[in-house]
Design a protein. Structure first.
Length: 194
């Protein structure tokens, strides 16, 4: 690792630690703390088709997950599900602040562009979802539900491609599914069949 990368990582870590001080100072719950981090980490990002702040996406995913579980680790992971994939956040940072379980859930949800390019996005996501823990799958389905909810703002080309990909994944998701998984899948089907 060169000095520039190390300095950059140390700066990011200090930034992450700043949230620890703010959380203590403001009396935030761990869930509020996670959302503050997600909001900050995604602050400069915009959703592709809606044009809204990207930070609204993890908030909606978290809200969907909260309808199906009160487990704090799962809710925190839902808030942070895109931080490693889309920002300069590391699994170590997440683990240091929220614990190994949250970091492992985020790891399950983080995609590898390299692997995706080898097998194709739909097959990659299907294989990944087939192997996910039930808790990570709950978050991934909430994520997909929010993504298909962006359809009214998206181009027809994107909607057609994403609909085909979603149908392929759901039609081939042959694994044990909980009542919560099935409820979210049902909502996704409504969005992709209208």
């Amino acid at each position: 690792m060169n000095y520039k990368n190390k300095a950059s990582e140390e700066k990011e870590m200090r930034g992450f630690k700043t949230f620890l001080n703010e959380a203590a100072e403001h009396g935030w719950t761990p869930i509020q703390h996670a959302m503050a981090i997600a909001h900050d980490k995604h602050a400069r990002q915009i959703r592709k088709f809606s044009g809204e702040k990207y930070s609204m996406h993890p908030k909606r995913v978290r809200n969907t997950v909260m309808k199906f579980t009160k487990n704090q680790d799962i809710i925190i992971a839902a808030s942070l599900h895109d931080t490693v994939e889309d920002t300069k956040t590391s699994f170590d940072e997440i683990s240091a602040v929220f614990g190994t379980r949250v970091a492992n859930l985020v790891k399950e949800l983080t995609s590898s562009n390299k692997e995706m390019n080898v097998v194709g996005k739909a097959d990659y996501l299907l294989q990944k979802m087939m192997k996910m823990s039930p808790d990570a799958l709950l978050i991934k389905l909430a994520d997909r539900l929010d993504n298909v909810s962006d359809f009214p703002q998206a181009s027809k080309k994107f909607v057609d491609k994403y609909t085909e990909e979603t149908r392929y994944i759901l039609n081939n998701l042959k694994r044990s599914l909980s009542a919560e998984h099935k409820a979210i899948i049902k909502q996704i089907w409504v969005k992709v069949t209208n």
